[in-house]
Ligand binder design. Structure first.
Ligand code: FAD
Length: 535
């Protein structure tokens, strides 16, 4: 076997790719290559929980944006996607949520994803988990992924829970257990007040495995297909001029994310033939589902001004920041140990919905995320997102050049119901912030602002300020063979080609009613069992 031939090549070292690299290299006789376009996660910001605040501003990301959003008054939204080992799990807000059983049961019953019911996927959530608090039907400890409780909550968090109760929304100690309803503390992908990315959890412990090669700063340009079989990957390493071909004896597994995976397939001539021809790529396989069915959660938010320094805003000042740094280094506590979005929950915009359809994230400051203006005094943010959008968008290429940014069109609010329910969620967030229990902490609403009351006012506000919740899925969906939009079979093989699978957020046929990191890790854990013929 030559130096550039492997048994398995995994393209993309993100949330899913690192899990696959770990599981597939457990057999010392299997030679595994993990290719990641981004670099190492050495910078301390990747490991401090509060480093997240810097992440949406471009560190370790591709720097992509959407195309103008037709139903949001043509706004272009920043669309952060990770470009670093660990992928999204190295830059995300570390919120650990899974969605509800009905999400996965619908994958199986309505989308043809046979074998992906809640009963079938629950063991993979548990296999991944090293939960510091729970050990029960839903949770386990001893797995690679640290799942912990927030270490430095603030009193305003408790008042937020009380505000929910004043509105009839109960406290919930575990969103991933018996029920999702309620407000409470999120569990976080952290261990000992450090981020537990899949790079840290799954790759660091196996650094010494001789049969695993991790190629950083190496971008896959296209897949090499011969006689209907994927046999390798053409790559370019940063600073190099000449592409190299890496060969796979057994399989190529694409794990480049919900934008990166369809992009790579399209670059390789796998996708809707008419689109490929229009940009000068010879279609190899006409697969219309590639890059279609894009879904994402769109976030709206209320920002209020506090009555004092009740959140972490003051740590934007250098002397407070220095103290926070010392506190973290000495005690692993304080603002730096906080991912800033540690409380939230799930409730209903539509009371007849089968499970909560709105998710809240309480941000312990204002201006935490890119694009949100800072206020003069301490602020607090309550984000709300409608969880089961019906709008579907696309990922397409602007040219045949593999280094060009993709055309990302989430097509937010193409379906009017998405808009109606999202605005109902925003009104609910506003109501929570106005409850008596929060009066000790919250002085006044700043955004949308008390003067914005009508549907049109809120729609205009949303068009100007809505942002992605960073949860794209669906662009290489699992499905039935009878569905022409299916990209991968339930065992994640690309329809119409041998030796090729996709395993990451892109295969989810529908968005779970939650954040998407834990579901992606579950997908990768299960994918490994498919590849190894264990199921
Ligand atoms: C800013 C942000 C905040 C988030 N917050 C949360 C949260 O708090 N909780 C939660 O559950 N979810 C959160 N998410 C979502 C979650 O992190 C993602 O759903 C998850 O990481 C997706 O995993 P993935 O493996 O599909 O893709 P990624 O993790 O994006 O991995 C894909 C990897 O492939 C690499 N790649 C792409 N193309 C190529 C190529 N051609 N060649 C080589 N490498 C390539 C990329 O560089 C990347 O590292 C957040 C995401 C972001 C971006």
């Amino acid at each position: 076997m030559s130096a550039t031939t492997y048994d398995y090549i995994i393209v993309g070292g993100g949330s899913a790719g690192c899990v696959l690299a770990h599981r597939l290299s457990e057999d010392p006789s299997a030679k595994v290559l993990l290719i990641e376009a981004g670099g190492a996660d050495r910078h301390p910001l990747f490991h401090m929980p509060a480093g997240f605040a810097k992440m949406t501003k471009g560190i370790g990301s591709w720097g992509w944006s959407t195309i103008p959003q037709k139903h949001l008054q043509d706004r272009v939204l920043r669309f952060t996607q990770a470009k670093v080992i660990g992928g999204g799990s190295s830059i995300n807000a570390q919120i650990y949520t899974r969605g509800v059983p009905a999400d996965y049961d619908e994958w199986e019953q309505h989308e043809g994803a046979i074998g992906w019911s809640y009963q079938a996927v629950l063991p993979y959530f548990r296999r991944a988990e090293n939960n510091e608090r729970y050990s029960n039907r839903y949770h386990a400890y001893g797995g690679p992924l640290g799942v912990s409780n927030p270490v430095s909550p603030l009193p305003i968090c408790e008042a937020f829970f009380q505000a929910g109760q004043e509105l009839g929304i109960p406290f919930n100690p575990d969103f991933n257990g018996e029920r999702a309803e309620g407000l409470g503390y999120y569990q976080l992908t952290q261990l000992n007040a450090r981020r537990s990315s899949t790079s840290v959890a799954y790759l660091h412990p196996i650094r010494d495995r001789q049969n695993l090669t991790v190629a950083l700063e190496t971008q896959a340009l296209r897949l090499v297909v011969k006689g209907g079989r994927a046999v390798g990957v053409e790559t370019l390493t940063r600073g190099g001029n000449t592409p190299q071909t890496m060969r796979a004896e057994r399989e190529v597994i694409v794990a480049s994310g919900a934008i990166g995976s369809p992009k790579l397939l399209l670059q390789s001539g796998i996708g809707p033939a008419d689109h490929l021809r229009s940009i000068g790529i010879d279609p190899l396989l006409d697969l219309p589902g590639v890059g279609s069915n894009l879904q994402d959660h769109l976030d709206l938010f209320v920002i209020a001004e506090c009555t004092g320094h009740h959140t972490y805003d003051k740590y934007n000042h250098p002397h407070h920041a220095a103290w926070a740094g010392v506190q973290y280094l000495l005690f692993r506590k304080g603002p730096v140990a906080s991912s800033l979005f540690e409380t939230g929950g799930f409730w209903y915009a539509d009371r007849s919905a089968r499970s909560p359809d709105i998710q809240f994230h309480l941000g312990l400051g204002s201006g935490i995320e890119a694009g949100v203006a800072k206020m003069r005094y301490a602020g607090v943010t309550l984000n709300s997102a409608y969880l089961r959008p019906r709008s579907r968008g696309t990922v397409r290429l602007q040219s045949a050049d593999p280094t060009a940014a993709p055309l990302i069109d989430p097509n937010y609010w193409a379906d009017g119901e998405d808009r109606r329910l999202a605005l109902a969620g925003l009104r609910l967030a506003r109501e929570i912030m106005r409850q008596p229990a929060l009066k000790r902490f919250v002085m006044q609403e700043v955004l949308p602002g008390p003067g914005r009351v009508s549907d049109q006012d809120l729609f205009d506000y949303a068009c100007a300020s809505a942002k992605t919740d960073h949860h794209p899925v669906g662009t290489c969906k699992i499905g039935a063979s009878s569905d022409r939009m299916t990209v991968v079979t339930p065992d994640l093989r690309v329809v119409g080609l041998d030796g090729l699978r996709v395993a990451d957020a892109s295969v989810m046929p529908r968005l779970p009613s939650s954040n998407t990191n834990a579901p992606t890790i579950m997908v990768a854990e299960k994918a490994a069992d498919h590849v190894l013929s264990r199921i």
